[in-house]
Design a protein around this ligand. Structure first.
Ligand SMILES: NC(=O)c1ccc[n+]([C@@H]2O[C@H](COP(=O)([O-])OP(=O)(O)OC[C@H]3O[C@@H](n4cnc5c(N)ncnc54)[C@H](OP(=O)(O)O)[C@@H]3O)[C@@H](O)[C@H]2O)c1
Length: 331
């Protein structure tokens, strides 16, 4: 019988999620890659356990994570059953619906029909009575926003979810969604945007909407799927995401333009006494509006290294200017 260490809350930092009662760990773990049916279950299990032992209380899933779709939730359900069930009240577990999940007109996007059916399937796969956060995974240009938001509201009111969230919504869509949810009496807890040194779009409007509205933010792909680490400095390792047929990071993404920046950033990280992954996470967390950095991992050691980033989140103005110069190709 698994028993978690008593020291698990000693070092993790927890940040308040917008204007809510929830605090999230500054580093959260996502199960998009390396937790599916194609992956080594014992490795996935070891990562979830180690993460929890390091104070990571938030695990992020979606209906389609795998491959095959659904298998990350099934595996996570098995890990809960084997190890973490006694700790359910210490966990924030999220799931989402929005991308392709099953055939036909009701298996994707943002209808009430899809969102609520998908949530029921997710709960079944994970063996849960409720998720802590249920997200609309992407805005649907054809479904009225009121319908999508009222499905999130219903998910909460029916007890299948405790909080509602949105992901991949632009600033205008976010402001509209937040307003509708507030009107329904189910405030939007959190937005999940893609944010890293290589993807700074949220700085152009989204973060100010979230800050003003009191909505939390959790950055996905803070390491640009592994590009913002030392993983690809000497080619593409056989076990890396970019080498896997089902990996979303493609070999063509590892181009010289990115690598030149990665090398310069790696040098700066070294001067700061950090790994590049650690500096990339500290950079994402430098803004107080960012509640958590949502990492992925393929092994326990990566999680340990990434959590250790929290030991040094400070940047001098000079460091920040140098990072900006590297990212804009000036160095
Ligand atoms: N809402 C959305 O639309 C959306 C979309 C995408 C992702 N997400 C969420 O965000 C989560 C994270 O996405 P992501 O996995 O792309 O995040 P990421 O943290 O940018 O990349 C994770 C990858 O980086 C590498 N890595 C991590 N730590 C490392 C270290 N210390 N040293 C060297 N390499 C390291 C590993 O690559 P290797 O596997 O090659 O070792 C790992 O799989 C997902 O699991 C999911 O929950 C949400």
């Amino acid at each position: 019988m698994y028993s978690a260490n008593e020291t698990r809350y000693d070092t993790m930092q927890y940040r308040r999620c917008g204007r809510s009662g929830i605090r999230l760990p500054a580093i959260s773990l996502g199960l998009w890659h390396n937790f599916g049916g194609v992956d080594d279950f014992e490795n996935s299990r070891a990562m979830v356990r180690r993460a929890f032992e390091l104070g990571i209380t938030h695990f992020d899933l979606a209906n389609n994570y795998g491959p095959p779709p659904g298998s990350a939730e099934s595996n996570f359900g098995e890990i809960l059953r084997l190890d973490l069930k006694p700790y359910r009240d210490e966990l924030i577990i999220s799931s989402k619906a929005g991308y392709d999940m099953w055939p036909g007109p009701y298996g994707n996007w943002g209808s009430r029909k899809y969102l609520l059916a998908s949530l029921d399937q997710s709960l079944k796969r994970m063996g849960l009575e409720y998720v802590d956060i249920f997200y609309s995974h992407r805005p649907d240009p054809e479904t009225p926003l009121e319908e999508t938001m009222s499905a999130l509201d219903q998910a909460v009111r029916s007890g299948r979810a405790l909080y509602a969230g949105i992901s991949n919504y632009n600033p205008e869509q976010t402001a509209a969604a937040v307003k509708i949810l507030r009107g329904l009496g189910t405030p939007c807890l959190i937005h999940q945007p893609k944010y890293s040194m290589f993807e700074r779009t949220p700085e152009r409007g989204l973060l100010s909407v979230l800050g003003n509205e009191g909505v939390g933010a959790i950055a996905f792909c803070p390491l640009a799927q592994g590009l913002l680490t030392d993983r690809y400095l000497k080619g593409i390792p056989a076990d890396a995401r970019a080498a896997k047929p089902h990996g979303f990071l493609k070999q063509r993404d590892i181009d010289e333009g990115h690598l030149a920046k990665v090398r310069a950033l790696n040098e700066l990280a070294r001067e700061r006494g950090q790994s590049l992954a650690q500096m990339a996470l500290a950079w994402v967390l430098r803004d107080g509006r960012m509640t958590s950095a949502l990492i992925g991992a393929s092994r326990v050691e990566q999680i340990e290294q990434n959590v250790a980033a929290l030991a040094d989140l400070a940047f001098t103005d000079k460091n920040l200017a140098r990072i900006d110069a590297i990212l804009t190709g000036g160095v």
